[in-house]
Structures are given as structure tokens and as C-alpha cells.
Design a protein around this ligand. Structure first.
Ligand code: TGC
Ligand code: FAD
Length: 390
């Protein structure tokens, strides 16, 4: 189980990490073992977000790890960010979602595209978790194709009037602010900071999910919401702006998926050594060894992929297509490992006594959000051939 967690490191990848990276991993890992693993199954079963973890996530520096310290972030590098996402997602994808939405989808756009006033007003409070944010791109009729969005705003004096709706928004039911993407009168996409309490703005919760049950998901509905023009992000417009945020979050997910895979592998390995059938541990059987050997192979490949991508990101050289490759590969890898690990546990694998089934269900969301498995393939296809097949 997670409490006895040691991460597989078959290729001595630790040698590629700095002492600071290892310290961050150790402290995040300890926090997950103490605060997430013991409670998460119960919250997932109840389909409830463990809101008390917000303060603790802020305390371990999970909100804005790479945002400069002057804005309340930790000023760390991209590998540190990835390692934190890996460790948090080992606990649960929904908790990692909360950290990555706050960091890469709310703090990042305000930091990159916001005015000085917006940065000073929101970033320090987002870093401490005093306020929480969400990111509204997806609409009921525009998921993979956000450029078709119909949410729109019209100028009215010092304000704009915002109409439309967003769907499948992580953290929307409790968020204090939403970074919302909508079109102006010239059909140009802009980011707006919409605050809870603005007239006409509601955030109904989405129920009956079989996946990401410990994460709160909802809608954003804008019915003639009056938003001050000073809440528009001035630094960048067009679809490229939200796509830059997605690049950052997708990179973090590539690491997070490794955390899930490692947890499933460890659980399955331990169980296989203890479970006796036909007079021997099932770990002594070739069929189970094949599963474990293939898991370790895929985890090792994914570790190298995300580490190298982190180096490229640190140098500001990572391309969107490189990020798509890592998100797509690593989430698929984690899904396959979760399925195989579940089988190694036999009937026990379907219970909440082990984390595998919860991880497996969570990954159904992770392979869909932040660009589906198919969309990332098409991004790579476009990069390879120069032909856009969307
Ligand atoms: P396309 O014509 O290719 O591009 C439009 C403009 O954007 C530029 N661009 C990028 N800029 C920065 N970063 C990137 N990654 C970029 N990709 C493209 C591009 O150069 C162009 O610029 P310009 O100046 O020429 O206008 O756009 P398209 O409409 O063909 O769509 C491309 C496509 C399909 C790849 C894109 O729309 C896409 O990625 N779709 C998937 C949607 C998606 O991922 N949604 C995620 C919603 S958020 C979420 O799921 C959060 S879950 C969080 C959690 O809980 O953890
Ligand atoms: P669709 O776009 O309708 O796709 C349906 C199927 O068609 C998919 O298999 C897709 O791969 C395929 N497809 C689509 N286009 C093509 C094509 N051109 N060629 C071949 N196949 C294609 N969004 C946010 O903005 N903010 C959030 O915080 C957020 N959180 C989420 C949390 C959860 C739990 C979930 C499930 C989703 C979340 N999303 C969020 C939305 C998520 O990003 C979208 O679900 C995702 O982008 C896919 O959009 P869709 O669901 O509309 O599927």
C-alpha cells in the first residue's frame, strides 16, 4: 500500500536530480503518505472533495511552484514542479488536478498575461490558497475544438457584458475566481477574471461521476455578467493564450501519470510476493513476472521522457508537440499499468482497500482532459507531416 512507498528507479534516474529535487520529492511524498493516502478512498467513495487539504497543499508549495517568489510562488524549476505533481498524483489524480489547475491554469495565465495590478491582487492569495481559481475553456458544444467557443462579451462603458457557459470545470463549485476564455465583438479570444458574487454568474456542480470522484467538477454559467474591463488579461489574446496554459498543465500531468503508475506497480509487486496460490507466491509465476517486468520497463521509459522534457522546459525549449507526446504516452502507460496491476490483485483489486481501482477510474478523466489521447496523436501527426488532420 502507499504508506510503504518506495519509488522504482531502475536506471538510477536519481543521479539526474539535484539535492533540492530529492528533498522536494521526499517532503511531498511524506505529506501524501500522511495527509492524502489515509483519507482519500473515503472521500472518493463519498464523491466529496477534501477541502481541508487546500491549506496543506499551499503549505507544501504546490500552488505555483515555478511562479516567482515576489508573487508568493516558490520560484522553483520545472523539474521540481513535475516531481511535486508526480508525488501528489501518486495519492490521487483529483488532488493533483487541484494543484495543477491552481498553478498552471490560473496562476500561470495571470503571471504571463496579467497586468501588474492583477498579479499583485490575485497571485499571492492564490499561492496561499486564501482564494482558489478555476479555468473555463471547454463548452458544452466545444471540447476538443475550443476555437469554436460561443461564450462572448460586449463592451459597455468601463465594463464588458459576458454571456455563455463552460462545462466540465475542475474546482468551479468552490472557486473564488474563474479565468474564463471568451470572444470579443471581433471574435477574438481573451481571458477574463470572473469573480464569485458577480451578478449572473453561477457554478452548478456536476454529479454522478465514476471518475475523479474526490475532485469537484462543475459548470460556469454567465447570464449578462458585468465584468470590469480591468479584469481582462491584457498580455495576450487568441487561442494561443489558453493553449500556452495547457502546455504547462499537460507537462505536469506527464509526471503525475508516473506517480499513479509507480503506486500501482508497487502495490502489485508487494501483493504478488505475499499472495500464495498453488503453493508458491504468485510472483514466482512467469505470467505475473511478465506483467511486472513490462510495468517497470514502461515506468523507466516514462521517467526518462518527463525528466528530459523538464530539462527542455527549464531552457524554454520544449515544444507543444513534445509535451503532447509525453502527456499522451505517460497517461496511456499509467492506464495499462493500472489494468495489469488490478489483475495481479485478483478480486482484491476491485476493492477500495487498495488504490488501484480508484487510480484506474481517475485515469479515464486524465486521458480525456487537457486534450484527449486522439487529439494529442493528431497534434503529433500535424508536427510530423505538416498536415492538420483535426
Ligand atoms: P490552431 O490553429 O492549431 O492554433 C490556434 C493558435 O494557437 C497557436 N497554438 C499554440 N500556442 C501556444 N501553445 C500551443 N500549444 C499552441 N498550439 C497552437 C497557433 O499557432 C495559432 O496561433 P495564431 O497566432 O496563428 O492564431 O488551433 P486549432 O483550432 O486547429 O486547435 C488546435 C488543437 C486541436 C490542438 C487545440 O485546440 C487543442 O489542444 N484542443 C484540445 C482542447 C483541450 O485540451 N482542452 C483542455 C481544456 S482545460 C482542461 O481540460 C483542464 S483539466 C485540468 C485538471 O483538472 O487537471
Ligand atoms: P469531444 O471533443 O466531443 O471528443 C469526443 C471524442 O471525439 C474524443 O474521443 C475525441 O478524441 C474525439 N475527437 C474530437 N475531435 C476529433 C478529431 N478532429 N478527429 C478525431 N477524433 C476527434 N475543461 C476546462 O476547460 N477546464 C477544466 O478545468 C476541465 N476539467 C475537466 C475535468 C474532468 C473530470 C473532465 C472529464 C473534463 C474536464 N475538462 C475541463 C474538459 C476536457 O478538457 C474535455 O472533456 C476534453 O477537452 C474533451 O472534450 P469533450 O469532452 O467535449 O470531447
Amino acid at each position: 500500500m502507499s504508506e510503504n512507498f518506495t519509488s522504482p528507479d531502475f536506471y538510477n534516474i536519481d543521479e539526474l536530480l539535484s539535492e533540492e529535487h530529492k528533498l522536494i520529492r521526499e517532503s511531498t511524498r511524506q505529506w501524501v503518505s500522511k495527509s492524502v493516502s489515509p483519507i482519500i478512498e473515503e472521500y472518493a467513495q463519498k464523491a466529496e472533495f477534501p477541502g481541508h487539504l487546500i491549506k496543506e497543499l499551499a503549505e507544501i508549495g504546490a500552488f505555483g511552484p515555478y511562479i516567482p517568489e515576489k508573487y508568493g510562488g516558490a520560484g522553483l524549476d520545472q523539474i521540481s514542479y513535475g516531481i511535486m505533481m508526480q508525488e501528489i498524483e501518486r495519492g490521487d489524480s483529483g488532488i493533483r488536478s487541484t494543484a495543477s489547475v491552481q498553478s498552471s491554469l490560473v496562476m500561470y495565465p495571470i503571471w504571463k498575461f496579467g497586468s501588474d495590478e492583477q498579479k499583485e491582487k490575485y497571485l499571492p492569495k492564490l499561492a496561499t490558497g486564501e482564494i482558489m481559481g478555476c479555468f473555463g475553456l471547454t463548452e458544452p458544444d466545444h471540447g476538443s475544438n475550443p476555437s469554436g467557443m460561443i461564450s462572448n462579451f460586449k463592451s459597455d462603458g468601463d465594463d464588458v457584458i459576458l454571456n455563455g457557459s463552460k462545462m466540465w470545470i475542475s474546482n468551479s463549485p468552490f472557486a473564488d475566481i474563474a479565468v474564463v476564455w471568451a470572444k470579443d465583438e471581433n471574435k477574438r479570444i481573451h481571458g477574463l477574471i470572473v469573480e464569485r458574487g458577480m451578478d449572473g454568474f453561477t457554478t452548478p456542480e456536476t454529479h454522478n461521476k465514476w471518475s475523479l470522484r474526490a475532485s469537484s467538477t462543475g459548470e460556469l454559467i454567465f447570464d449578462n455578467v458585468r465584468v470590469p474591463k480591468k479584469n481582462i488579461l491584457p498580455g495576450k489574446s487568441g487561442l494561443g493564450a489558453p493553449l500556452m496554459c495547457l502546455d504547462s498543465a499537460r507537462y505536469g500531468i506527464s509526471w503525475g501519470a508516473i506517480g499513479v503508475a509507480m503506486d500501482c506497480y508497487n502495490t502489485a509487486l508487494k501483493y504478488s510476493l505475499e499472495r500464495i496460490q498453488f503453493g508458491k507466491p504468485i510472483a514466482a509465476k512467469q505470467l505475473q513476472q511478465k506483467k511486472l517486468a513490462e510495468m517497470l520497463t514502461e515506468i523507466t521509459k516514462a521517467q526518462l521522457l518527463s525528466w528530459k522534457l523538464g530539462k527542455l522546459k527549464n531552457e524554454d525549449k520544449a515544444t507543444s508537440a513534445q509535451i503532447s507526446l509525453a502527456k499522451r504516452n505517460n497517461v496511456d502507460m499509467a492506464m495499462n499499468i493500472a489494468r495489469e496491476a488490478r489483475q495481479i490483485l485478483g478480486g482484491m483489486g476491485i476493492t477500495g482497500d487498495f488504490s488501484i481501482m480508484r487510480h484506474m477510474m481517475n485515469l479515464e478523466s486524465v486521458i480525456t482532459y487537457e486534450g484527449t489521447h486522439d487529439i494529442h496523436l493528431l497534434i503529433l501527426g500535424n508536427e510530423i507531416t505538416g498536415h492538420n488532420a483535426f
